[in-house]
Design a binder for this molecule. Sequence first.
Ligand code: ACO
Length: 334
Amino acid sequence: MQLLESIKQKAKSLKKTIVLPEGTEERTLKAANIIIDEGIAQIILLGDREVILQTAKKNGLKTVEGATITDPKQFGEKEVYADMLYQIRRHKGLSRDEALKLVENPLYLATLLIKNGVADGEVAGAMNATGDVLRPAFQIIKTLPGISVVSGAFIMIMKEQHWGENGIIVFADCAVHPDPNAKELAEIAVMTARTTKAIVGAEPRVAMLSFSTKGSARHPMVDKVVEATNIAKDIDPGLQIDGELQADAAIVDAIGKSKAPGSSIAGNANVLVFPSLETGNISYKLVQRLAGAEAVGPVLQGMAAPINDLSRGCSVSDIVNLAAITVNQAGGTM
Ligand code: ACO
């Protein structure tokens, strides 16, 4: 909670603009009202102007009238943005007519507004699937230099303070890349360490998870995690990282000492990197539900500009929190 408050406070000083492409969606509008009211960001809402204004009125959301509202279908600069998209994607076979049609899709227009410097970041996903939010971002915004894969981290705020870093453990990848190879897994580890430093303000101690600890099992899946650990050390020689470790060896001191003696990470990790999206996504949801942890995210990492994806079951405060995180990412404080 304290963590989220400090993220919101930082956001207020950064004066960034966030585009919300699902502007007609009720939770999004309620969140936009709070974001503007609290000064967390300036807001661009995409969608049918009449629907947005009527929904705002019906819900008594006065402040949201301060947002910039753009209807992609009526957008005066449609041709300009279609040209931009055509130039970016023509090598992939996109035609000028197809580009013009795509600009009417709020998820495409949102990323083009970021590319053009009109918005600093985007939050979407309250009514669109992850893939539909991410695809335009991958195609138009692309990854950071030196990074080939975008991934999603969750800041897990546990009920008990003794886990991780004063009760906080960062999990990744829980949202994006289904089956990373060793190099991609190494990039995910390095990016998650950066996210941890920036958001949690802690020195990352990264455990590369597996069903084996230090050779207790032999399998190509284990080899991948060992190789990823070595590649991550090459990418960032200062990184505190160890693997392969089982989850209990990573987070329980006594088990870490007995299964991986001498490891500075075992029993002491505050970052857990999962070997696949299956394991990461299932684990964060189980910890959230069974242990009552608060799951903040997914915070997308590795993208050249901040775009964050919500779960379709998100609450209004989830949208506000993710917008504040997005502002911080755009401001370079993350
Ligand atoms: N990082 C960076 N770029 C990527 C990534 C990635 N992880 N994945 C795909 N791309 C790029 C490709 O290079 C390609 O770029 P190009 O067109 O310029 O060559 C483009 O994105 C499209 O690539 P495809 O392979 O066609 O990717 P596709 O669109 O089929 O899939 C997607 C990408 C949608 C993210 C897919 O990996 C996916 O569905 N992942 C799972 C998402 C999900 O459902 N998560 C769980 C729910 S989220 C939650 O519970 C919080």
